[in-house]
Design a protein around this ligand. Structure first.
Ligand code: ADP
Ligand code: MG
Length: 301
């Protein structure tokens, strides 16, 4: 059970959370169709250990000791179970997008281990990484990036067209139905509102039946009412069994998820159920300010 629950939370120490047992098990039954619990512990969908990610500084140089590097992630440990609804939260520059890109196999860490759905992706090359990504991950971004002159249904079918899936139109219509846009299938993006366009983008992410739905600031370009509607949609997708990870700097958005992972300066400072955070039962720890990579890098990136 412990593997499926929220991470241990560096902030919680010995005090523990207010509620007994892993909260994810309790909250799953709230507000929708409960997800069937596995009889025995199953490995977490996302298992991240000691992830470090650095970027070279503006002038592109990287000293032998890494002194001019920006460390976007400084030793992140994280597990996310199937069926969780998680927010990755933090101020601008805290490493949220870097972490999301690694979870989504768009990028790889410089150090550490990442196992996604039982596949160790830490050592994969670009092609193998792309195959894992296409099979397991659906992305939603702040800017939905739809093809402007292409009907919603064809935008949604695009990931399947790349795979040569002959059944793509039916699947695309089903995905549009799942996001409440069944009636708008033949509309072009410029005939749709911002919220509707984001729904099309979510349908496009869902159409391949990914193991994880990853959204980076999905409400960032929407007004608060429309953004709340998009979060309700993620909530419904979670209730129907999806694993959903939303990256946000907005605490209102994070409060609509069930578990929050707070980043600051590339480190996790809080990992706890949203209920426990809202009730004040847990607070963020201070990041280890003097963090240094354990070993200097021998060569530049
Ligand atoms: P967030 O999404 O929380 O705003 P990011 O993950 O985008 O944070 O960035 C974390 C840190 O890494 C920031 O200091 C940012 O400037 C730096 N960074 C991100 N991407 C790059 C890049 N491609 N090159 C250099 N530095 C980067
Ligand atoms: Mg970002």
């Amino acid at each position: 059970m412990a593997v499926e629950g929220p991470g241990t939370g560096i902030a919680s120490g010995d005090s523990g959370w207010a509620r007994p047992g892993p909260a994810a098990l309790t909250v799953r039954a709230v507000g929708g169709v409960p997800t069937a619990e596995p009889a025995a512990p199953s490995p977490a969908l996302v298992r991240i250990q000691g992830i470090v990610k650095r970027y070279s500084s503006g002038d592109g140089s990287l000293g032998a000791a890494g002194s001019t590097a920006v460390y976007a992630l400084r030793g992140v440990d994280l597990q996310i179970g199937r069926g969780e609804f998680v927010a990755i939260v933090g101020p601008s520059g805290s490493g949220k997008s870097t972490l999301m890109n690694i979870i989504g196999c768009l990028d790889v860490a410089d150090r550490g281990r990442y196992v996604l759905a039982g596949v160790d992706v830490s050592q994969l090359g670009d092609d193998a990484l792309a195959r894992v990504r296409n099979r397991l991950v659906g992305f939603v971004f702040q800017q939905w990036n739809l093809l402007a002159r292409t009907a919603a249904v064809d935008n949604v079918a695009l990931p399947l067209a790349y795979r040569g899936d002959a059944d793509r139109r039916r699947k695309a219509l089903a995905a549009l139905g799942a996001v409440g846009l069944g009636e708008r299938a033949t509309h072009r993006p410029n005939q749709l509102s911002g919220g509707e366009q984001q729904r099309v983008a979510i349908a496009r992410a869902l159409v391949t039946s990914p193991a994880i739905l990853l959204a980076d600031e999905p409400t960032g370009s929407l007004d608060s009412v429309t953004g709340a509607g998009i979060m309700r949609l993620f909530s419904q997708l979670h209730a129907s069994g999806r694993t959903v990870i939303v990256v946000t700097h907005d605490s209102h958005v994070a409060d609509l998820t069930q578990r929050q992972i707070h980043l600051l300066d590339g480190q996790i400072v809080l990992d706890a159920p949203t209920d426990a955070i809202r009730s004040g039962a847990v607070v963020a720890s201070t990041p280890a300010g003097a963090w240094q990579p354990a070993m200097p890098h021998a060569s530049g990136v």
